[in-house]
Design a protein around this ligand. Structure first.
Ligand code: NAP
Length: 485
């Protein structure tokens, strides 16, 4: 396969508006081949501190700029991403593996988020509260608190960066971003375009390197007043503990174990089409991807037949190849986890209807490909019903009563997304009330939009990304009791 882009261009970090090369290098792989495609800096502690300090120095002037001026930089950034979307999408697929069509959608989505926050930053309104005493004014200012540390995951290397950097800059925080080790190139390319807008030096800084070390540096530094993290619940908990030491504000977008409930009055064909699209997007590596499919016994056969025919039609292949619907997993470790979960389910009586194996030989080479998999007869005894799969595996469970399925759906430490298929209006309202989750999709599985507040409850996170609530995450309140007479 021909590499369409010059990868050496993306081997630098950005500190204080300057390109920085680290001493040691970390290798970036193409998950479709298992081969190294680039090296990025493994930044020394001194350079990470420099990034934090340069963000600290830039804060005063950045936060004094009129919101419209900040919006100008963001809008230009979004336009640059759109103007270079083909190259960015290819880069994203090369390091992350998802089909090119999905990468194109992600770049367009990232630009849409940035544009939305460019405008929303103009609406970070404060409040005036009626006072108790004559001659007094009670004012609430909404302002940024300094430098934010941003840590992003590997599954949406452009969208997760945009969902943090855009509201942070719009709300006038300055920032230091650390992208995932497996997918730093897209973040670096995005930063190249951000820097090309002429944004003031130090407002946005990017560092790559060993996660635990950089994370500890960000968490310990007193200038960092907020941390926004997207990734696994395990690391989120660790960061929350570390944040306590300097009482940083935290926003955490964490893992999930999202169920979908297909009630007997649902259209099995429509539910199967939506569920297949959600489940196999990005090879199942989506935080709000469906992890457990609960289907009512009465329509189980029709639904499973419809889903099976969709799973069988999926074409797996390198994301840059023509017509691939599903790409590789991100790493050998991700592949091993999927193999373990499927093995456990089958050993405990799960009925393997499609897939269930690693794909090897041409065109899969040494990439991390796993066949799109459908398992019926899944029960609560199986690990797959409890752990976040993060792979192309659809587990089907059945249920008889509404009470039983609600209890099962809620029986998890996670609370990110739940989906419901039913035509019954009263049931829809009951489900909205009883499901313990941050986001609900009713008769559809698309949830992430720039204007909507997405986020989890329970161990799926704290805070929201998207919408005006996503901007508020990057503001703190300053209350002033002003006596005028
Ligand atoms: P991850 O392993 O938790 O990594 C996420 C980020 O944390 C990466 O940048 C990683 O760096 C960094 N990290 C790892 N150890 C760290 C430490 N000790 N201190 C500071 N940072 C550290 O997650 P992932 O595999 O990239 O992403 C998948 C997870 O993210 C899934 O659980 C998924 O559900 C979740 N996710 C949630 C949302 C949401 O909106 N709720 C959205 C997307 C993904 P390295 O890569 O360098 O190790």
């Amino acid at each position: 396969m021909k590499t369409p882009i010059e990868l050496d261009r993306y081997s630098c970090n950005w500190i204080g508006g300057e390109r920085v090369q680290g001493m040691a290098a970390m290798e970036v792989e193409n998950p479709a081949t298992g081969r190294t495609i680039a090296r990025v800096p493994d930044l020394e502690d001194e350079a990470v501190d420099r990034a934090i300090e340069s963000a600290g120095q830039a804060f005063d002037s950045w936060s004094r700029l009129p919101a419209g001026v900040r919006a100008g930089y963001l809008n230009e950034w979004a336009q640059r991403l759109l103007d270079h979307s083909e190259e960015l999408a290819s880069l994203l697929t090369l390091e992350q593996g998802k089909p090119l069509v999905e990468s194109r959608g992600e770049i367009a989505g990232a630009a849409a988020i940035i544009r939305w926050y460019a405008e929303e930053g103009k609406r970070a309104y404060g409040e005036i509260i009626p006072a108790s005493n004559e001659g007094q004014q009670l004012l609430v200012y909404r302002e940024a608190a300094g430098v934010v540390g941003l840590i992003t995951p590997m599954n949406f290397p452009a969208a997760t960066v945009a969902r943090k950097v855009a509201p942070a800059l719009a709300a006038s925080f300055t920032l230091v971003l650390k992208p995932a080790e497996t997918t730093p190139l897209t973040a670096i390319a995005l930063f190249d375009h951000l820097m090309a807008t002429g944004i003031p030096a130090g407002a946005a800084n990017l560092v790559t390197g060993e996660a635990a070390r950089i994370g500890a540096r960000l968490m310990a530094h007193p200038a960092i007043r907020k941390i926004s993290f997207t990734g696994s619940t395990r690391i989120g908990k660790l960061l929350m503990e570390q944040a306590a030491r300097t009482v940083k504000k935290v926003s955490l977008e964490l893992g999930g174990n999202s169920p979908v409930i297909v009630f007997p009055d649902a259209d099995p064909e429509k539910a199967a089409a939506d569920i297949a699209a959600n489940k196999f997007e990005n090879c199942g590596q989506v935080c709000n991807g469906i992890n457990r499919i609960y289907v009512h016994e009465d329509i189980r056969d029709a639904f499973v037949a419809a889903l099976l025919s969709r799973v069988r039609r999926l074409r797996t292949g390198p994301g840059l190849s023509e017509g691939a619907d599903v790409g590789p997993l991100i790493s050998g470790a991700a592949l091993a986890k999927v193999e373990r979960l499927v093995g456990d389910a089958v050993a405990k009586g799960g009925e393997l209807l499609a897939g269930g194996r690693r794909l090897q030989g041409e065109p899969y080479a040494d990439g991390y490909f796993y066949a799109p998999t459908l398992i019926a007869g899944v029960t609560g005894e199986m690990d797959i019903a409890h752990e976040e799969i993060f792979g192309p595996v659809a587990p089907v469970l059945t249920f008889r009563t509404e009470e039983e399925v609600v209890a099962a759906a809620n029986d998890t430490a996670y609370g990110l997304a739940t989906y419901v298929y039913t035509q019954n209006f009263a049931r829809i309202h009951r489900m909205i009330r009883v499901l313990k989750t941050g986001n609900i999709g009713v008769n559809g599985t698309s949830l992430a939009y720039p204007q909507a507040p997405f986020g989890g409850v329970k161990e799926s996170g704290i805070g929201r990304e998207g919408g005006r609530q996503g901007l508020e995450e990057y503001t703190v309140l300053k209350y002033v009791a002003l006596t005028t007479e």
